[in-house]
Design a binder for this molecule. Structure first.
Ligand code: PLP
Length: 692
């Protein structure tokens, strides 16, 4: 079994071994320029001609043009340029050309962007018109009918990259029968998955891309119907019959030729039935592992190789992270927007609610998928479900192991804190944010905690919503003021002699301190009392808005960790006198790590990814050493321990090196001089043998 299970084939695919061989052969042996007339050139030309002839047969090109280029984005440019240049010429000659450039609402961004670009550059000033799709992602033929006679160009795709929804090309063709519009069909996701006989259709332009079907990146093809207007995008040495200049990408063409030839032979790829059964098995595993999962794409109207789903209560980021930890590569919405985790415009166009569109995950495989990979993927999906259950992110029948200490929940710079006591199964929430209500509620319910109090640093700061959501998990018996502090609280004497009301939590207390110029702010000190006194040295944590931190100096010590209610810069926690200069040696790459661990056998490896990522992980920790799981939300708790003990070196790591760098910076700021981050994270660490 390979470590990685690649289920992101709609973004790009692995390269077919025969394609690698063909490309290697072209680079090693048959490296000629197909324009040269000597024997070496003629050998290269034979490869080029063979690949084209195969494409012509396979796609039913007939007498149309079939040129090789760099990929679909280039093919789309050439199609749009060709159509728009001809439209401008016809309009200049006094012909009515229509006023609209129509494109499907779910097209790849390359389509509307190219239309807008060339429309502006050529001074055509036609109107871009988005064609709506229905709930299933199919183009509205009625809406097309309404604009067909005004359309100068129509762009629709054969199958969608995010959902796999297959377009009704025959239906579109019949609506366009009476229209003079030029028609481009983006066939990128259709290659090798849908039968195409282009010259028998009304389609004028059809771009293709090699890297979506087992050829390398940087090679594509464009079909242009006989008689359809054509303008080269690239002029020069006249290659490709003058249609696309520039010395041919022979390695890419040979590789694509090998894929096309395998398609034509029909002996390499899975049948449609097999692909349908693979998808059914993945869907079944997802249903079993992720309760409430909903599929965003109608399977009966889609390519069998694409699943698009969302899970109530889980963001696409969380799902992506847990799958990535289990080494199952999927994408959030479309690959281009995955770093932003923005809602998918494709799913938005289908009218799906925001949670499904913003929480979408796409799982896609290719027609080369095999039985063993699908079976392994199902097992890993099961593992991801278990990891999410154990972290209380999805409902579970078994209560999760309770946590002790602090938990920080952050959102867009603001944060809530939870103080947890596992022994008494009780906790206190500080400054809950509306965005965290559902998360806190499910966490408390899943771990079987009772919330003793919900306190805030400002009066009446949104506690009611959480109290409602918690129901019986909240201690309703204590009357509280507008900050949530009990009215009948036992009081304690602080280091400055002032007295403060307290909330007991196991052996510790949370003391409510009045601060701000008019006493309008509250701060909270967490520590272990000595009788009726809370000495400054016993205060481990102080929770407050930043302006109030100064006022806490008299009741805490320099080692007290200040936990803010806003954390825009991901500092997690600070101390009264932070160390500002950060040493430049805080980053270790994986090679330096080996040497570092040999020099410091006592060093601790700390995994700062979320607990569900830790639990789902299949690869061993860096350098094969056991790691401690300390997600960033629990960093303050652990930092307090590490600072008190003798300073052993700490090496933080995560997936990419981003979160671990923040952790190392936090520890260094707090005065721990031996905190490091693994640069590049697990993604760039050398692979070690599989743990599971
Ligand atoms: N069209 C569709 C439907 C796609 O999925 C993609 C790739 O994501 C493209 C166009 C762009 O293709 P290329 O990467 O070859 O430029």
């Amino acid at each position: 079994m390979t470590t990685e299970i690649y289920l992101d084939s709609n973004a790009t695919s692995v390269v077919l071994p025969a394609a690698i061989e063909a490309a290697t052969d072209v680079m090693r042996q048959r490296y000629g320029n197909p324009s040269s007339t000597h024997a070496t050139g003629l050998q290269a030309k034979a490869i080029l001609d063979e690949a084209r002839a195969c494409a012509v047969r396979l796609l039913g090109v007939g007498n149309g043009r079939l040129m090789f280029n760099s990929g679909a984005t280039e093919g789309i440019q050439t199609s749009v340029l060709s159509a728009l240049v001809s439209l401008r010429e016809r309009r200049d000659a006094g012909e009515a050309i229509g006023s609209l450039l129509v494109y499907g609402a779910t097209e790849h961004k390359a389509v509307p962007e190219s239309l807008a670009h060339w429309n502006r550059l050529l001074g055509l000033n036609l109107t871009l018109h988005k064609l709506p799709v229905d709930h299933d992602g199919a183009h509205s033929l009625q809406a097309l009918r309404e604009v067909a006679l005004q359309a100068a160009m129509v762009c629709t795709m054969a199958a969608n990259n995010e959902t796999g929804v297959v377009s009704d090309l025959a239906g579109i063709a019949s609506v366009l029968a009476a229209s003079k519009a030029l028609w481009m069909v983006d066939c990128v996701q259709a290659l090798g998955k849908l039968k195409l006989d282009l010259s028998s259709t009304r389609i004028d332009y059809a771009p293709f891309s090699g890297h979506k079907l087992y050829a390398p990146k940087g090679i594509g093809m464009l079909y242009v119907r006989t008689g359809a207007p054509f303008t080269p995008l690239i002029m020069g040495g006249g290659q490709e019959g003058g249609q696309r200049s520039g010395t041919e990408n022979m390695a890419g063409i040979a590789a694509l030729g090998a894929v096309l030839s395998a398609l034509e032979r029909g002996d390499t790829f899975r049948s449609n039935e097999e692909l349908h059964s693979f998808r059914a098995r993945l869907a079944e595993s997802l249903r079993a592992a992720l309760p409430g999962v909903v599929f965003n794409n109608p399977f009966d109207k889609c390519l069998p190789t694409t699943l698009n789903f969302a899970v109530p209560g889980l963001s696409s980021r969380e799902l992506m992270d847990v799958f990535d930890a289990a080494q199952v590569r999927v994408s959030a919405g479309s690959a281009c927007s995955s770093s932003k985790a923005a809602p998918s415009y494709v799913l938005d166009a289908m009218g799906l609610p925001l949670w499904r569109s913003a929480g979408a995950i796409r799982m896609s495989f290719g027609p080369l998928a095999d039985e063993a990979t699908i079976a392994a993927a199902c097992k890993r999906i099961e593992r991801c479900g278990e990891a999410l259950r154990a972290s209380c992110l999805i409902p579970s029948e078994r209560p999760a192991a309770p946590h002790d200490g602090l938990l920080q929940l952050g959102v867009e710079g603001a944060c809530s804190w939870m103080v947890l006591d596992a022994a008494s199964r009780s906790c206190i929430v500080i400054d809950p944010l509306p965005d965290h209500v559902a998360r806190i509620e499910s966490y408390v319910r899943c771990q079987g905690y009772k919330v003793q109090a919900i306190v805030s640093t400002l009066p009446n700061a949104g506690r009611a919503m959480l109290i409602d959501a918690l129901g019986r998990h909240f201690n309703h018996h204590t009357e509280a003021d507008e900050y949530g502090c009990p009215l009948q609280a036992a009081s304690i004497t602080l280091a400055n002699g002032a007295s403060a009301g307290t909330i007991a939590l196991g052996a510790q207390v949370l003391a409510c301190v009045h601060c701000g110029t008019g006493d309008e702010l509250r701060a909270y000190l967490l520590g272990t009392p000595q009788g009726t006194v809370l000495p400054a040295a016993s205060v481990r944590f102080a929770f407050s808005a930043r302006p109030a931190q100064q006022a806490l100096r008299a009741v805490s010590v320099e080692q007290t960790l200040l936990c803010p209610t806003r954390d825009e810069h991901n500092q997690f926690c600070t101390i009264a006198a932070p160390v500002t200069a950060l040493a430049a040696d805080a980053q270790l790459d994986s090679r330096a790590l080996e040497a570092f661990l040999q020099a410091h056998p006592d060093a601790r490896l700390v995994d700062v990814r979320e607990p569900y990522e830790f639990a789902a992980t299949v690869a061993p920790s860096p350098a094969g050493r056991a790691a401690l799981s300390v997600p960033l939300g629990r960093l303050a708790e652990f930092a307090s321990e590490w600072l008190r003990a003798e300073q052993t070196p700490l090496v933080f790591f995560c997936r990419s090196g981003n979160r671990s760098m923040k952790a190392a910076q936090c520890l260094r700021r707090l005065g721990h001089q031996h905190a490091y981050s693994l640069n590049g994270g697990l993604a760039l660490a050398p692979p070690l043998p599989l743990a599971a």
